[in-house]
Design a protein around this ligand. Structure first.
Ligand code: ZN
Length: 240
């Protein structure tokens, strides 16, 4: 079974459409959360994701904040402005979908969480030492996370490389206990502005990270007309 694994769309429909179109028909779709926040297309992104076949999707911190479930003070000022804006324009169907999202899903030998199995919505697995501590918090062979917006692979006791920057874009066999991060569709932060996602083949047990360019200028235009903070538009051009 080939599964499209994607995360942190952040209301960027142009990036999401680019990923879905280049990936083609997949057997299943796994989303690691943060469908909304920062960007201009929250309802459109939720509608697109909820219609995907064999979808598994967990809740991210921006999704939770948009539902009013966490204190917005924990976000930086400009992220908080986007959450307030998103709350205002989120329709009933979108709200219902976000409310339906669990914090953690276990599917076969895979655990899916937004942040980390230790604290599903909030923790960042950003470096090898955090990854080492995280291995004891899940019992499946594989744990897939998002939240950092930086693609990463950590194999227990093997990989000591920092996340991102030196990622391998070929198919990686996943043979031991591993933490995987597909990076971010709608707001990559590894200085590569292309949308990031991964293909997980559960029969062959391989993970293939991929990137796709998209026209971020149209997203910047919509950010401008929406009145969202310009910083959220600027960063799309450089991937930070
Ligand atoms: Zn995010």
């Amino acid at each position: 079974m080939r599964t499209l694994v994607f995360s942190d769309i952040h209301s960027n429909l142009t990036a999401l459409e680019a990923v879905l179109s280049v990936a083609g028909n997949m057997d299943a779709y796994w989303c690691l959360g943060d469908l909304v926040g920062y960007g201009p297309d929250p309802n459109e992104c939720i509608e697109r994701v909820r219609g995907l076949p064999n979808l598994l999707c967990v809740r991210g911190n921006h999704d939770a904040a948009t539902l009013g479930e966490v204190d917005q003070q924990t976000f930086n000022h400009e992220a908080s402005l986007a959450i307030t804006w998103t709350k205002r324009i989120l329709n009933a169907e979108s709200q219902e979908f976000l409310l339906s999202l669990p914090e953690k899903i276990i599917e076969g030998d895979v655990t899916l969480v937004h942040g980390s199995p230790r604290n599903p919505v909030w923790d960042y697995v950003m470096d090898y030492m955090t990854a080492v501590r995280t291995f004891s918090y899940f019992n499946t062979r594989i744990c897939i996370v998002g939240h950092t917006h930086v693609p990463a692979i950590w194999k227990e006791g093997v990989d000591k490389h920092p996340a991102g920057y030196m990622m391998d874009y070929h198919k990686t066999p996943i043979l031991s206990k591993t933490i995987l991060n597909p990076g971010s569709v709608g707001q990559p932060r590894d200085h590569d502005p292309r949308a990031s996602y991964a293909i997980f083949d559960s029969d062959k047990s391989t993970w293939e990270l991929r990137r796709i360019s998209y026209d971020y200028t149209t997203v910047q235009d919509r950010i401008k007309t929406s009145g969202l903070p310009w910083r959220h538009a600027l960063r799309l051009a450089e991937g930070w």
